[in-house]
Design a protein around this ligand. Structure first.
Ligand SMILES: NC(=O)c1ccc[n+]([C@@H]2O[C@H](COP(=O)([O-])OP(=O)(O)OC[C@H]3O[C@@H](n4cnc5c(N)ncnc54)[C@H](O)[C@@H]3O)[C@@H](O)[C@H]2O)c1
Ligand SMILES: [Zn+2]
Length: 259
């Protein structure tokens, strides 16, 4: 395993893999959107929310216990996402696809990869913009966010389903819930056939998504990781690049395109 700072071009073995790789899978987590101002769960513990753990805010049990608390948290996050812009990392990934077969598998519920121009994006954890009824599953069309994205949010009663009067919930995958089956199958297949897996801004703690790098490793793909901090994926990765997505990705993609 190689660990290096900011200079992917200084590690010849990695540079060679980058230039040769044709089928690339980019696996992103909350850190990929951090430089767009979308807080990771850890950073989202501000204001009203500092007393709550992700388990209180991102589980079906937490939602049923206190729907207004959970719904308000997601409305605040939806406003933040709507007000945010893709960062240099998202844009570099999109640019890479002009010369390579690049697919993004993301754990993020935002749409910043798409807005940066990536056309092949698999969302393992749903979308913050797709709401549905907790009881009958009917889709619910959300109005534009009414919350101040610059504020710290507040509790808000969820709307009710027109069909069954059930509570409306965000269309994200919570802890203790299953991943969407089709997306998961496609993600596994992509990891089995990739020439290179790049993990960006994910702590590697949230399963089953965190198992994808193992699928790629078993299939023999080299694995590189971009993260300013050490993570649970360090031991599995062949190359650990310590830095942020917005700083590293433009350089990495520029180096890849030299080949
Ligand atoms: N933007 C979003 O949609 C969003 C935001 C927060 C959490 N989530 C959800 O929370 C769960 C948490 O798992 P996770 O692994 O995605 O996130 P995580 O919060 O567990 O880990 C974030 C990782 O990003 C790293 N990081 C921070 N800033 C970075 C940067 N600028 N560049 C690169 N890396 C950076 C951190 O060191 C950390 O390892 C996911 O399931 C996801 O669905 C989504
Ligand atoms: Zn309903």
């Amino acid at each position: 395993m190689d660990t290096f700072d900011l200079h992917p071009d200084l590690v010849p073995a990695f540079h060679a893999i980058l230039r040769k790789a044709r089928r690339i899978v980019v696996f992103t987590g909350a850190g990929a959107s951090a430089e767009s101002g979308i807080p990771t769960f850890r950073d989202a513990q501000v204001g009203l929310w500092h007393r709550f753990r992700p388990q209180d805010l991102a589980t079906p049990e937490g939602f049923l216990r206190d729907p207004a608390l959970v719904y308000g948290w997601y409305e605040w996050r939806r406003a933040k996402v709507a007000a945010a812009e893709p960062n240099a990392g998202h844009r570099a990934i999109a640019a890479w696809a002009q010369t390579r077969d690049v697919t993004v598998i993301t754990q993020n519920v935002d749409d910043l990869h798409e807005r940066a121009g990536s056309s092949r994006v698999i969302h393992l954890h749903g979308s913050i913009f797709a709401a549905r009824c907790f009881d009958c599953g009917a889709a619910y069309k959300l109005p534009p966010p009414s919350v101040d994205a610059a504020g710290t949010g507040e509790a808000m009663d969820p709307p009710r389903c027109a069909a069954c009067n059930g509570l409306i919930r965000p269309g994200v995958v919570w802890f203790n819930e299953n991943l969407p089956q089709r997306e998961w199958a496609k993600a596994e297949e992509l990891c089995r056939t990739a020439d290179l897996l790049l993990c960006i801004g994910t702590s590697g703690l949230v399963y089953p998504a965190a198992g994808l790098p193992q699928v790629a490793a078993q299939a023999g793909a080299p694995i590189a990781q971009i993260n300013p901090e050490a993570t649970d994926l360090d031991a599995l990765a062949d190359f650990n690049i310590r830095g942020t997505a917005g700083k590293i990705m433009p350089r990495l993609v520029a180096a890849a395109m030299q080949g």
